[in-house]
Design a protein around this ligand. Structure first.
Ligand code: 6PG
Length: 469
């Protein structure tokens, strides 16, 4: 087996690379791996025994072991390491060989690499992969974009390893350039926002309603059986049941309240600002991760302002309305993420197929959720749909839960328990659903102090006024 040339070679045998490689081998593909770290190579050599999958510590030996044209996939940390590995690979590869970057690379880096590798005579495409360790091993969702002809040659491998929903693989060619990595980045932005919303719901129950963990578990468990069913709610429910051996309390209660990040959420917000795409829930989630890290500052402020109140209400009724509020904010979050994709598609010429994207997010990835079925139907019915909240079915359910959402958030605000992502979702919605924003005043102010001009309703032209005598 070791002497047979491989259809694909994986560089980076950490958790993701190793598991994806083993997944490929399980599906009958002859693949091999390379890592500088001998421990990682030892691991693949042990775990790969049943399928004859081996690893190398010598990159030249690894490359020689690949069938031509060679397909080399990278699953290494995004950034400089990707460039370093590519620089090492270029002299070892022949024209027509292919490099696939499966990491969470920054979109501008992928765009640059597309050009550089094209000039070097190599095929290259960037592919977002979601699903973590378990997804890589059992079936992730994958978002390849860039060199379509190159993708086509390795498509059978990725379609085989991707998770299947209704017998269809959760992988599809996304579009040109860095679109695969762009779509994965927005996936992560949505992921950040949903995680923030869930953590705020936890805070409302814990701090506002003084509920013990066992009761909070029951709420998440209930949500996971209804329209909020999703991977993130499911693992949250499991976290609310997890105690270390011999412990009498949840592990959760020992964890510091400082959330870290690797940057994809921040990139989503930064790029959305450049695109002028309004994605307030994602922006808020990124900002709250930043605030969470400033523990001492928060403690100092708490010493001055402390004293939050409990939410005095009928708990059972409130929890019914909280489910509606969670659903409302979830809908707004996906709607903002999809709108971001819509605007990026127009601006960068990605020609994104929104139905296909929602289809491959239904399984394998971190943001998989029952609601993605509705999103998929919305875009299947209307491929040019500008905004999810304009879809007939989705708008019907939003109209039903809107009064409860407004009421719940009013009591949450009155109690002093923060819910910034929830309120961002509702405030965005209120402004989105009015043809009458107060931005006329901003235009008047801009013209007042800076002669920036303004336009008038129903009158052609650009105007400036001398506001002061
Ligand atoms: C996925 C995840 C993954 C990401 C982690 C951690 O889709 O499998 O999005 O790509 O790395 O979620 O991200 P942060 O460290 O930024 O929270």
């Amino acid at each position: 087996m070791e002497n047979k040339k491989c259809a694909l070679g994986m560089i980076g045998l950490g958790t993701m690379g190793r598991n994806l490689l083993l997944n490929m081998a399980d599906h009958g593909f002859n693949v091999c791996g390379y890592d500088r770290d001998t421990k990682m190579v030892e691991k693949i050599n042990i775990e790969g025994q049943p399928t004859g999958t081996v690893g190398f510590t010598d990159i030249k030996q690894f490359i020689t072991n690949l069938q031509s044209p060679k397909a080399v996939m990278l699953l290494v940390p995004a950034g400089k390491i990707v460039d370093a590995v590519i620089a090492e690979l270029i002299p070892l590869l022949d024209k027509g060989d292919m490099i696939i970057d499966g990491g969470n690379s920054y979109v501008a880096d992928t765009e640059r690499r597309v050009i550089e590798l094209n000039q070097a005579g190599l095929h290259f495409f960037g592919m977002g992969i979601s699903g973590g360790e378990e997804g890589a091993r059992r079936g992730p969702s994958m978002m390849p974009g860039g060199d379509k002809a190159a993708y086509e040659t390795v498509k059978p491998i990725f379609e085989a390893v991707a998770v299947k929903v209704n017998n269809e693989p959760c992988v599809t060619y996304i579009g040109p350039g860095a679109s695969g990595h762009f779509v994965k980045m927005v996936h992560n932005g949505i992921e950040y926002a949903l995680m923030q919303l869930i953590s705020e719901a936890y805070s409302v129950m814990k701090n506002g309603l003084q509920m013990p963990n066992e009761e909070i578990y029951e709420v998440f468990n209930g949500w996971n059986q209804g329209r909020l069913q999703s991977y993130l709610i499911e693992i949250t429910k499991d976290i609310f049941a997890f105690k270390e051996a011999g412990a009498t309390h949840l592990l959760l209660d020992e964890i510091k309240d400082a959330a870290k990040s690797k940057g994809t959420g921040k990139w989503t917000s930064q790029i959305a600002m450049d695109l002028e795409a309004p994605i307030t829930v994602i922006d808020t989630a990124v900002t709250m991760r930043n605030l969470s890290k400033l523990k001492q500052l928060r403690l100092n402020a708490e010493a001055i302002y402390g004293g939050k109140e409990t939410i005095g209400t009928n708990k059972a009724e409130f929890l019914i309305a909280l489910e509606q509020t969670m659903y409302f904010a979830t809908v707004v979050t996906y709607a903002q993420g999809m709108h971001n994709l819509y605007m990026a598609s127009e601006a960068y010429g990605y020609a994104l197929n929104m139905a296909e994207i929602s289809k491959i997010w239904r399984g394998g990835c971190i943001i998989r959720a029952k609601f993605l079925e509705d999103i998929y139907h919305a875009y299947s019915n209307n491929s040019g749909l500008e905004h999810l909240l304009l879809d007939a079915k989705i708008s019907e359910s939003v109209k039903q839960i809107l009064p409860a959402t407004r009421k719940v958030l009013a009591s949450v605000i009155a109690s002093g328990v923060g819910a910034p992502a929830f309120t961002a979702a509702l405030s965005y919605f209120e402004m989105l659903s009015t043809g009458n924003m107060p931005s006329n005043l901003i235009q008047a102010q801009r013209d007042f102090f800076g002669a920036h001009t303004y336009e008038k309703n129903g009158v052609e032209g650009v105007f400036h006024t001398q506001w002061e005598n």
